[in-house]
Design a binder for this molecule. Sequence first.
Ligand SMILES: Cc1cc2nc3c(=O)[nH]c(=O)nc-3n(C[C@H](O)[C@H](O)[C@H](O)COP(=O)(O)OP(=O)(O)OC[C@H]3O[C@@H](n4cnc5c(N)ncnc54)[C@H](O)[C@@H]3O)c2cc1C
Length: 262
Amino acid sequence: MRDVQPQVYLVSAPALDYEEIEEYLKDVGGESWLERIYREGDDDAQNLVEFAGRFCYRSWEPGLNPNVTRIRTEQKDYLENILSSQHGSVLEHAQFTFALHNVSRVFTHEQVRHRVGTAISQESLRFVRLDDLSFWFPDWAKEDDELHEKALRLIGQMEDFQMWMAEHFGLDDDGRTFAYKKARTSFMRRFAPEGLATGMVWSANIRTLRHTIETRTAEGAEEEIRIVFDKIGQIMRQECPLLFGDYEVNDAGAWIPGWRKV
Ligand SMILES: Cc1cc2nc3c(=O)[nH]c(=O)nc-3n(C[C@H](O)[C@H](O)[C@H](O)COP(=O)(O)OP(=O)(O)OC[C@H]3O[C@@H](n4cnc5c(N)ncnc54)[C@H](O)[C@@H]3O)c2cc1C
């Protein structure tokens, strides 16, 4: 058995093409916006959200739309107004992709219930043959010696059965077709525990991230998913402090947003 910890890797984040944005802005007379925003570092997601918001009202500067006589010049104020006034649709433009590694099927079953604003690619246990089983134990379970010892023995038996089946089905024999291996591998996974560590590529936009960070770190949520979403929350607070800075993390580790259901 491989003793593992759930891991979160941010593998993709928005990247803006400021030259194209400038071309557009020249056409509507809004180039001054580019002088006000920061373009270094990890500001692209926040800039994209602001870009989409200002696009709607031509609020790059006062007067471009005669109905707009004053504007919020600070990005902090602008984005806070987006959150507080629940204009969250502009958050949907900024999409982030995470590699969620060594997360269990317990986790993935719950994670895929979030449908809106997500994209999912899950490790296929129809194709990927199991041999040693990866498993995460919470610290409290490891500290219970009797429990831990019995659990390890059980997992060891399941591993032995996986190996036995692979040999019994002759999966590595010459001439085995891929279809045969796939069918047997799919059968074999039925004897893997739901706690088996596996993986998922998960993409979500900022609106979805705000909702899932709140619901999946809530005190009533499952232990593993709370750990993963605490990590995602920390990453997002670093990536987009102006769009995730309103959360308070309470003593129980729940992320409570200042602005809910944006
Ligand atoms: C602590 C906890 C315990 C849970 N326990 C259970 C359980 O016992 N059994 C169980 O089956 N599930 C359970 N769930 C899963 C839960 O019911 C949801 O399916 C899951 O959290 C997905 O969230 P969501 O419905 O907000 O969907 P998302 O896809 O994340 O949607 C985001 C938001 O979009 C809107 N939306 C999405 N789809 C629709 C739609 N079709 N129509 C209208 N509006 C929509 C809603 O406002 C929704 O909140 C639990 C979740 C949590 C956090």
